[in-house]
Ligand binder design. Structure first.
Ligand SMILES: Nc1nc2c(ncn2[C@@H]2O[C@H](COP(=O)(O)OP(=O)(O)O)[C@@H](O)[C@H]2O)c(=O)[nH]1
Ligand SMILES: [Mg+2]
Length: 239
């Protein structure tokens, strides 16, 4: 398998680091085929210390400690900028994303068939497990709203792979949680996108950091980006 970089944003995930890295390194992947880049946003538990403890055992683990205002999109972009490989996978630290699907997610890019591959909860074979009803509904609605504009079933997934060169296309104004949505909207009609099913499972340790503010930010970005897409469409029609 060719080499890829896994970018994992963290905010107070100390309880999950050992489980996550144990699971990753237990995979049937050559340890030389990937590097792991954690991007921490000032956790006040001992997430950075937990990661550093692993750095003594496994060489290909790095840690970026951001000092700016915490932001998930900025964190992922900081990780992508540090990556040593052309293929980037974004993945949560809380074990919600099945590491066992990494191979299925990166392979279509290495085969040069696709530019973005989404670990999708909302295609045949995908699922969400143990999420409270309100999270299921919110997530479904978030993906459903983006669907007509992005032409994918799960534009708000946090588990996806992309060619690193596309990181620079993401708007400077992008912030919040939905980096995949930003990536798809920034490159409409230019990307070859595939979705592979994943089973998303609710975290067991730690707590979700998704807030009302994040959800409002997503809606604002959705309106801004899809509004300008609609204007672009109208301009093209008018020509
Ligand atoms: N660096 C960074 N990571 C974050 C931030 N917010 C959440 N995370 C991480 O992003 C991932 C997804 O967040 P999570 O709280 O699980 O969101 P949920 O899955 O939508 O409930 C986890 O690995 C979090 O630790 C942030 O502001 N900065
Ligand atoms: Mg989570």
């Amino acid at each position: 398998m060719s080499e890829f970089s896994i970018v994992i944003p963290t905010l107070n995930e100390a309880e999950n680091i050992d489980f996550l890295l144990t699971r990753l390194f237990a995979l049937n992947l050559s340890p030389h085929s990937f590097e792991v880049i954690f991007v921490d946003d000032g956790s006040n538990d001992d997430t950075p210390e937990k990661i550093r403890a692993w750095q003594n055992h496994a060489k290909k683990i790095s840690l970026i400690e951001r000092k700016d205002r915490p932001d998930l999109i900025a964190s992922v972009l900081a990780g992508a900028a540090r990556a040593n490989n052309h293929v980037i996978v974004v993945m949560d630290a809380d074990l919600s994303h099945p590491a066992e699907r990494l191979s299925a997610i990166v392979s279509p890019i290495f085969d040069d068939k696709f530019d973005v591959v989404i670990g999708s909860r909302y295609i045949h074979g995908g699922s969400t497990e143990n999420w409270p009803l309100h999270r299921k509904l919110l997530s479904r609605m978030g993906s459903w709203l983006a669907r007509p504009f992005c032409d994918v079933n799960d534009a708000t997934s946090g588990f996806f792979a992309f060619r690193r060169e596309f990181a620079q296309t993401i708007s400077q104004k992008a912030h919040g949680y939905k980096i995949l949505f930003e990536l798809l909207m920034a490159n409409k009609g230019k990307l070859r996108v595939a979705e592979v099913p994943i089973c998303f499972s609710n975290r067991i340790h730690g707590t979700s950091k998704l807030s009302f503010t994040h959800q409002r930010t997503y809606l604002q970005r959705l309106v801004t980006l899809t509004g300008s897409a609609a204007i672009g469409l109208k301009k093209r029609r008018d020509k």
